[in-house]
Design a protein around this ligand. Structure first.
Ligand code: DAH
Length: 335
C-alpha cells in the first residue's frame, strides 16, 4: 500500500512536468484526484478494511490524497502566474523571423570583399542631374551613347540615375585623389519588363584613382572580388568594349559559374559569362572631377548586383526581385 501511494505521487510529479497549459493540468487533476481516480478507489475501499488496517493506513491514504491535490494546485498556480495568457492550442504561435533580400546579401558580400581591399563605401542620389549622370562622364547631349541607356527624364534637367557611374565625379570632387571607392545603389532604366529586363535594379560602381594604376590592378581586384563572393577561383578574361567614360574600355568575362566553364545553356555553351564592364578612367572624367590626368590615373568598373545575385542563386527571372512576394524571399532565410 505504501509503495503504491508513493508511486502515485511520483507519477503525478512526472506528468505535471509535461504540462505547459492549464487544460493539461486539469486533465492530470481528474486522472489523479477525480471521481474515478485510483486514490478515490483506495479511499472507498477503506470502509471494508479491518480495524487494524484502517488504523494503519487511514491517515496515510488521507494525507496522500491531500498531497496529490496540493501538488496539482500549486503547479496550476505557478503556471497561471507565469502565463497571463491562457494559450489556445488551436492557434500557431510560431515566431516568424524575417529574411534579407538576395540583392542585400550580395551587396554586403561584394562590399565586404572590397572593404578588405581598402575601398570605402559611398553613396549618391537616385534622382540626379544630367550633368553627373552623363555630361561629367564624357557623354554630352546628343551623344549616341545616351541611347544605350533608356532614361527616365524629370523636370529641370533632372533624371532617375541610369547607372551608379554618376557618383564617380561627385566622389572625386568631394574627396580628391588618391581615391578608392565603391557605390552600391539602385538604378533606373525605361525598359519593358521581361524575364531579363527590369526598370529598377542594382549596380555597384568601383573606382580607384592613384599614381601608376594599370589594367593589371583592375584584373587583380576583380579576381579577388569573385573569389570572395563565390568562394572559389574564378577565371577571368578581358575583351575590348566601349564606354565614353573609360579609355581603353573592357568587358570582363568570367568562367561560367554554373558549369565551371564547360558550357551550359546559361553561358550559351561558350563557358564564359559577360560580367563586369570597366576600363581606365577617361582623362576628361578625371578633369571633370578636378583631378590632373597628368599626375593621376585610375580604373573603374560597374558591376550588376542584380545580375550577380541571379547568377549566384541561379534565379532565371529578374522580375522576382521587385515583386514583393514574401514566399520568394523566405528562401533566403538565415538560420
Ligand atoms: N555604367 C555602365 C552601365 O551601366 C557600366 C560601367 C561600364 C561602369 C564601364 C564603369 C565602367 O565604371 O568603367 O552600363
Amino acid at each position: 500500500m505504501e509503495k503504491e501511494l508513493n508511486e502515485l505521487l511520483e507519477n503525478l510529479t512526472k506528468e505535471l512536468k509535461e504540462c505547459s497549459k492549464e487544460a493539461d493540468v486539469l486533465n492530470v487533476k481528474s486522472k489523479y484526484v477525480g471521481k474515478k481516480s485510483r486514490i478515490m478507489e483506495i479511499m472507498s475501499g477503506l470502509k471494508d478494511m479491518s480495524v487494524e488496517d484502517k488504523r494503519k493506513y487511514g491517515s496515510l491514504i488521507n494525507n496522500t490524497k491531500k498531497e496529490l491535490e496540493n501538488t496539482i494546485n500549486n503547479y496550476l498556480e505557478d503556471l497561471t502566474n507565469t502565463l497571463d495568457i491562457d494559450f489556445d492550442d488551436t492557434l500557431d504561435y510560431e515566431v516568424n523571423t524575417g529574411s534579407l533580400h538576395p540583392v542585400t546579401i550580395i551587396a554586403k558580400e561584394v562590399t565586404d570583399a572590397l572593404k578588405k581591399m581598402g575601398f570605402t563605401i559611398v553613396s549618391g542620389p537616385e534622382m540626379d542631374t544630367e550633368y553627373y549622370n552623363f555630361e561629367a562622364l564624357n557623354i554630352p547631349k546628343d551623344h549616341p551613347a545616351r541611347d544605350m541607356q533608356d532614361t527616365y527624364y524629370l523636370d529641370n534637367n533632372m533624371l532617375l540615375r541610369t547607372h551608379t557611374s554618376g557618383v564617380q565625379v561627385r566622389a572625386m570632387e568631394k574627396y580628391g585623389a588618391p581615391l578608392r571607392i565603391c557605390v552600391p545603389g539602385r538604378v533606373f532604366r525605361n525598359e519593358d519588363l521581361d524575364a531579363s529586363h527590369e526598370n529598377t535594379f542594382f549596380q555597384l560602381e568601383g573606382m580607384v584613382i592613384d599614381k601608376n594604376i594599370s589594367i593589371e590592378n583592375l584584373i587583380g581586384v576583380m579576381q579577388e572580388l569573385l573569389r570572395e563572393v563565390f568562394h572559389k577561383d574564378v577565371k577571368v578574361r578581358l575583351r575590348p568594349g566601349f564606354f565614353p567614360f573609360t579609355e581603353p574600355s573592357y568587358e570582363l568575362d568570367c568562367s561560367c559559374l554554373i558549369c565551371d566553364g564547360k558550357g551550359c545553356p546559361t553561358c550559351k555553351n561558350s563557358g564564359w559569362i559577360e560580367l563586369i564592364p570597366g576600363g581606365m578612367v577617361h582623362p576628361e572624367v578625371l578633369r571633370a572631377g578636378g583631378i590632373d590626368p597628368e599626375v593621376y590615373n585610375g580604373f573603374a568598373f560597374g558591376l550588376g548586383l542584380t545580375r550577380l545575385a541571379m547568377m549566384k542563386y541561379k534565379i532565371k527571372d529578374i522580375r522576382v526581385f521587385n515583386n514583393g512576394d514574401i514566399r520568394y524571399l523566405e528562401n533566403f532565410k538565415i538560420d
